[in-house]
Each structure stands twice: as C-alpha cells, then as structure tokens.
Design a protein around this ligand. Structure first.
Ligand SMILES: Nc1ncnc2c1ncn2[C@@H]1O[C@H](COP(=O)(O)OP(=O)(O)O)[C@@H](O)[C@H]1O
Ligand SMILES: [Mg+2]
Length: 266
C-alpha cells in the first residue's frame, strides 16, 4: 500500500528525516511514536507530498484521508451546515452520512457551533468528514493529543471497529502507548529523524524487554525484565515475599518504547 525508499527530507540545510526502507501493507495499522521534533509529521507530510523530499514514496491508492491535531472551520454556521457544505450533500438525503453521524454519536452536536463543542467532538466531526470519502489509506497525526483519557478511549473503540470493518490502512502518529496497544499491528519508533524500530509490538517486546516484565509500584519505569520464560516464577515469588506491589506484563508498549529510547540515548 505504501513504500518509502531512501527518503531524505531537509529543512534548509538541516536533514530532518531519513528513512532507507519502509513498507506498509494493505489493511495494516501502523502506530508511530517518537519525541517531539523527531520527524513524525515530516514523515506524514512527505508521504502526502506536502513537502519536498529526496527518494521515493510509492502509494498504491488515490483515496487518501488525513486528519491532523487541530482543525479550523468557519464558525458562522452550525456543524451540520459546515459538514453539508464541505461534503456537498444533505444529511436527510444521505444515508452514508447519517450512518457516520450515528456511528460517531454526533447527532446531538449537529445544531451546535464548532467552537462550542469539546475536543473529542471536534475530532469526531472531522473524522466523519474524512471517512465519508472512504479513504483506503488514512493518516492520523496526533489526532488525540490533548484529549482526556475517556475521550481518547471512546474514540479508539469506535475507530477500532471502523477500521476492522473497512480494512483501512492507517498510519497513526500518537503520544499514547495505550492507542498503539489497542489499535496498531506494528509500531514505528522515530528518533532524531531516523527509524529506530519497526515491527509488531509483540516482537518488539520480546526483543527489547524479554519474555515478560514485572512493573513494580505504579511507576512504569521501575521494571524487572525476564529473559527466560522459566525465570518468571522465581521473580514473582521474590516480589511477593518482599511484599512489593507489582503487575506482570507481556506486551506493554510503553515499556518497549522506554527500552528502545534508552538504547538510543545511551
Ligand atoms: N517547516 C519547517 N521548517 C524548518 N524546520 C522544520 C519545519 N518543520 C519541522 N521542522 C523541524 O524538523 C524536525 C522534525 O519536525 P516534525 O516532523 O514536525 O517533528 P514531530 O512531528 O515528530 O514533532 C524538528 O526539528 C522541527 O523543528
Ligand atoms: Mg508532529
């Protein structure tokens, strides 16, 4: 669906991103993580052809949807008028639009003005308009940044159902490991303009964390890694006898991310 080869993007004479090889298959959901300024949006923008780059980006579809962190619409009309105007349709005559409005539980917001609805509702409204075009390939760049936990969670559950049903290929930039955990087939980690990891979360977990890890207390960064399956029992016994509060994990994305970044910064 998407192939990137020998990509290099510079702003002025500063190279912001290089990607030697990246391939995303049809129907895959790719989560992209990385520190602020690492080059995530640069990757999205070059795939969309919004900025000049060297190298190759091959996309096997013209049906591309994009959703960025913030949207702005003219605010002299109701949300319904904005949606109808931008999509050039009428809600009462358009069952596809009605379905999307119902799916994202947006009907009670239609008579409101954009500036008066919540961040999560704003993203839902934009999603309705982006998904109305039935994109085969969808880029979401920090769509949920700034939303509270409940809004993000509700949106993730809806998107998960939608993507599964429509087989959408998705590149999703996010700061929240929780979203990768629930949605992504693969995790791409970018650091300092380079791809430092790209694989299934489960495989990255084994590679960087081990077979399982014990997270002690509430602080995710205090962890004991287990590299052999049969060590788990011994470690658990030890933690119990020490009276430590812990939980066991076999696929914690935040832990993977922390470990991968640790390796890069050492
Ligand atoms: N239009 C631009 N002009 C100059 N530098 C830019 C521009 N856009 C981004 N950069 C720089 O390129 C790097 C990567 O930016 P970006 O891809 O936006 O990072 P991210 O999305 O991961 O936060 C940063 O150092 C940023 O300051
Ligand atoms: Mg960005």
């Amino acid at each position: 669906m998407l192939k990137v080869k020998d990509l290099s993007v510079s702003y002025g004479n500063k190279v912001a991103l290089t990607v030697s090889n990246l391939e995303i298959k049809k129907g895959e959901i790719i989560g992209v993580m990385g520190q602020s300024g690492s080059g995530k949006s640069t990757l999205v923008k070059s795939c969309l052809g919004l900025i000049p780059f060297k190298g190759e980006v091959i996309i096997e579809t013209d049906d591309i949807g994009v959703l960025m962190q913030e949207q702005y619409y003219v605010d002299t009309m109701t949300n319904q008028k904005i949606i109808e105007g931008l999509l050039n349709t009428r809600l009462n005559k358009d069952s596809k639009l009605q379905e999307l409005v119902d799916f994202f539980e947006f009907s009670s917001q239609l008579s409101h003005h954009f500036k008066n609805i919540s961040g999560g509702q704003k993203q839902r409204m934009s999603l309705i308009m982006v998904l109305y075009q039935e994109p085969t390939l969808l880029f979401l760049d920090e769509m949920t940044t700034g939303l509270d936990f409940e809004s993000r969670q509700a949106l993730i559950i809806q998107l998960k159902a939608y993507f599964r049903q429509h087989q959408t290929t998705v590149v999703m930039v996010t700061h929240y490991a929780q979203e990768i955990e629930q949605l992504a087939d693969k995790l791409l980690i970018i650091h300092d303009g380079r791809v430092i990891a790209f694989d299934e979360p489960k495989r990255l977990f084994q590679q960087y964390v081990g077979y399982s890890a014990f997270i002690i207390g509430n602080h995710i960064k205090t962890s004991v890694k287990v590299q052999q399956p049969d060590q788990e029992y011994a470690v658990a016994r030890r933690l119990i006898s020490d009276g430590d509060d812990f939980r066991r994990t076999q696929g914690d994305i935040e832990l993977v991310y922390t470990e991968v970044m640790k390796g890069e910064q050492a």
